[in-house]
Design a protein around this ligand. Structure first.
Ligand SMILES: [Zn+2]
Length: 156
């Protein structure tokens, strides 16, 4: 993974979620779940196996105040369902849920669902395991497609 190119893309490119939903060829992702208002897809640069991003389809930038209580609850129920699918498939020791992004890049609300495999040393858990600077998994496209299929099955 080229971190500088990634930062340029995040800060100067189109919104990565909206571009994905628009079918932009450079912003394709393996779809894991979709309903009328939400989408979930594999992280293109996962630091942990089976890492999924969950986002509202609407371009919302404030993770709590950008939603009505009902819309927020429905989104978090999707996060829950995706997390349960990740737990079924990967039996992680712990699942991390984070909403990151910035006004300057990747502003569209998205939740990271990241399962920590059992056996990772304590000092390599938590933020360490989530930072691209510490290494991104090399998942060939065919493997990503397979993971997405398994997650879709676990979600259905
Ligand atoms: Zn967007």
């Amino acid at each position: 993974m080229d971190l500088e190119a990634y930062e340029r893309r995040a800060r100067q490119g189109p919104c990565f979620v909206c571009a994905f939903l628009d079918g932009h060829p450079d912003y394709g992702h393996e779809l894991v779940y979709e309903d009328a208002d939400h989408v979930a897809f594999l992280d293109r640069w996962p630091t942990l196996p089976g890492k999924v991003l969950v986002a509202p389809k609407q371009h919302v930038e404030n993770v709590v105040s950008g939603f009505t209580e009902d819309a927020y609850t429905r989104m978090m129920l999707v996060v829950r369902r995706v997390t349960l699918a990740v737990e079924t498939l990967y039996a992680p020791e712990r699942v991390y849920l984070l909403s990151l992004g910035a006004k300057d890049g990747n502003a569209h609300v998205h939740w990271h669902v990241a399962g920590l495999p059992p056996g990772v040393p304590y000092e390599q858990q938590q933020f360490h395991s989530l930072m691209s600077e510490n290494g991104v998994l090399d998942v060939p496209p065919a493997e990503s497609a397979k993971i997405a299929t398994q997650l879709r099955r676990a979600l259905s």
